[in-house]
Design a protein around this ligand. Structure first.
Ligand code: NAP
Length: 326
């Protein structure tokens, strides 16, 4: 088969559409003929040499895909050859075929195009596991999403609105904030021009954000704690603003607040399967009911993965960039 390989750590030009050995469906796995994958910021870090695949995972990038099952490995039940599905992956989505643990498969939501389903697994599982399973966002609460127009952000806005919460977002341009408003965001903050701590305080009558979904890490740690409400929960999922920062523990204690940090990719198979099952139960009906949709900025041929990475690095997108297999 063909897959995107990383010839050496570096810029988008190191991504090469190459001939490689076919994957094999092992115990508990199925083989999927990939129709589409989607780009995640973690793929860029992997390409640059800063985010190696966990042991046993495919060396090729790609944390999600959609496609058709062509082979069922030993010990798999509930899926058949020919089924259409989308899947959460530990790697290997930028390829014509990928082996997938059966617990990470999801049916294509009714009413959704098979290609578009590739934009769902990574963002839905990340948002659901962090905002709902860990931070327990409630309908009466306010969620602050940093990077509201990102793949993650566009899903977080829709999911939080679907449960009835109030949503604040940060983004770097008016156009992106306008798009977040179309998705339902209530409080719009331009992080280049406004101080999000002051804006959250103003918009919540001084109460603060009950939950913050953070992509920035170190750079925003102190200000995120300042922006939290009493009993607030800060869910860190990214390190775009660095990995080391000082934490004012007194500020955290005073608010009886909590900080969590998770990474989906390296979690054990059982934990991923539990997240996927929860997503199927709670989120799939919202998609099938038309309340939530994948936000796809553009589709590119998979062989042009380098161009797709450049789009993300330039922040030239809203939502997800799809890579379509030949
Ligand atoms: N832990 C996990 O399991 C997990 C899983 C998936 C994703 N993630 C993380 O989630 C984040 C989003 O991923 P993605 O694939 O959706 O990325 P993406 O679409 O490339 O989005 C990156 C976002 O970062 C925003 N941003 C840049 N500087 C900012 C700042 N100073 N303040 C606020 N926002 C800023 C950008 O906003 P503008 O475009 O407006 O500049 C953009 O919306 C990444 O950090 C990624 O690593 C974590």
């Amino acid at each position: 088969m063909h897959a995107i390989t990383i010839s050496e750590p570096g810029g988008p030009e190191v991504l090469v559409w190459d001939e490689v050995p076919d994957p094999i469906a092992g115990e508990g796995e199925v083989l999927v003929e990939v129709v589409a994958s989607a780009v995640n910021r973690a793929d860029i870090m992997q390409r640059q040499g800063f985010y190696n695949p966990p042991p046993g995972a495919s060396p090729y990038p790609g944390l999600e895909c959609s496609g058709r099952i062509t082979e069922i490995g030993p010990g798999v039940s509930g899926w058949s050859v020919g089924d259409e599905a989308c899947a959460l992956l530990a790697g290997g989505g930028y390829a014509e075929k990928v082996a997938v643990p059966a617990g990470q498969l999801l049916p294509v939501p009714a009413g959704l195009d098979l290609k578009q389903a590739a934009a769902l697994p990574e963002v839905v599982c990340t948002v659901w596991s962090n905002v709902f399973m860990v931070a327990h966002l409630r309908p009466t609460e306010t969620l602050l999403v940093h990077g509201g127009s990102s793949g993650i952000g566009t899903m977080a806005i829709q999911l939080a609105k679907a449960v009835g919460a109030k949503v604040a977002v940060t983004a770097g341009t008016k156009g992106k904030l306008d798009y977040c408003a179309e998705l339902g965001a209530d409080i719009l903050i331009n992080y280049r021009e406004q101080d999000f701590v002051a804006e959250i305080e103003r918009a919540t009558d001084g109460a603060g954000a009950d939950v913050i979904l953070d992509n920035m890490g170190a750079k925003y740690l102190d200000r995120n704690v300042q922006a939290l409400a009493v009993n607030g929960r800060l869910a860190i999922i990214g390190m775009q603003g660095g990995i080391k920062a000082e934490l004012n523990i007194a500020a955290l204690l005073g608010k009886r607040a909590a900080i969590s940090a998770t990474s989906l990719r390296a979690r054990p198979l059982g934990e991923k399967a539990a997240i996927v099952a929860a997503v199927r139960e709670h989120v799939w009906p919202l998609i099938e009911g038309g309340r939530i949709r994948p936000v796809v900025d553009r589709e590119l041929p998979m062989s042009e993965a380098g161009t797709a990475h450049q789009v993300l690095e330039d922040s030239g997108h809203i939502g997800k960039v799809l890579l379509v297999a030949p």
